[in-house]
Design a protein around this ligand. Structure first.
Ligand code: GRF
Length: 219
């Protein structure tokens, strides 16, 4: 089966992008990273993408001032020009309009650094620590017009430690993100992810993940 042509949209460091690029180098991976787009000309991830030999595009949102749709039309043209089939948001810090989201319904996914539906929005690690949760993590979900709210494809859990700071927790969650995002893209590209209209995402042929995470572990 032909590999699904995938674009990654970034705004910054691009470590999730790098994880997806690394996964897609495996011969049997069902997606190829055909394009990396940044809305920030100086995003560090752009340099990494160029070094990895991936075609890149810069669509600087500042050029469009407050014309959000103009920015998105430019983005859409670039994605169409490169015959993109799937889109991964990876630290892409622009809100998307319902028009753009509709163009990519069921074909655009995002990674969020929390176990949704808990801690939508920003500063997830600080808020998780303030809430005193013992298990935190990351979620890959479909993008819908409402931010951080689409059907969940995959989640990774991370145990919160007593002495965690925002930084130490972020580091462990990020490592989990780098594992879960390539897995979720694989499922989507293989056509194993179904949206049945019940607002939930169903994964075909997924082996039951029976390993339970107990926090604290048995002493
Ligand atoms: C990640 O924590 C991701 O979950 C969030 O933004 C951050 C992006 O990091 N959406 P990177 O650019 O992938 O390193």
């Amino acid at each position: 089966m032909a590999k699904r042509r995938t674009a990654i949209l970034i705004s910054g460091r691009g470590s999730n992008m790098a994880a997806l690029v690394a996964a897609a180098r495996q011969p049997d991976y069902p997606a190829e990273i055909a394009l990396v787009v940044s809305n920030r000309p100086k995003a560090a991830g752009l340099t990494a993408a160029v070094e990895a030999g991936i075609p890149t595009a810069i669509i600087d949102h500042a050029r469009f001032d407050k014309d959000r749709e103009g920015f998105e039309r430019a983005l859409q043209s670039e994605l169409e020009a490169q015959r993109i089939e799937l889109v991964c948001l990876a630290g892409f810090m622009r809100l998307l309009t319902p028009w753009f989201v509709t163009q990519w319904q069921g074909r655009m996914i995002n990674i969020h650094p929390a176990l949704l539906p808990a801690f939508k929005g920003l500063d997830t690690h600080a808020r998780a620590l303030a809430a005193g949760v013992k298990i935190h993590g990351a979620t890959v979900h479909f993008v819908v017009p409402e931010v951080d709210s689409g059907p969940i494809i995959a989640q990774a859990a991370v145990a919160v430690r007593e002495d965690d700071t925002e930084e130490t927790l972020a580091t462990r969650v990020l490592a989990a993100e780098h594992r879960i995002y390539p897995l979720a893209l694989r499922l989507l590209a293989q056509g194993r992810v179904r949206l049945d209209g019940d607002g939930r995402c169903h994964v075909d042929g997924a082996a039951a993940a029976d390993e339970a995470l107990f926090v604290p572990p048995a002493l």
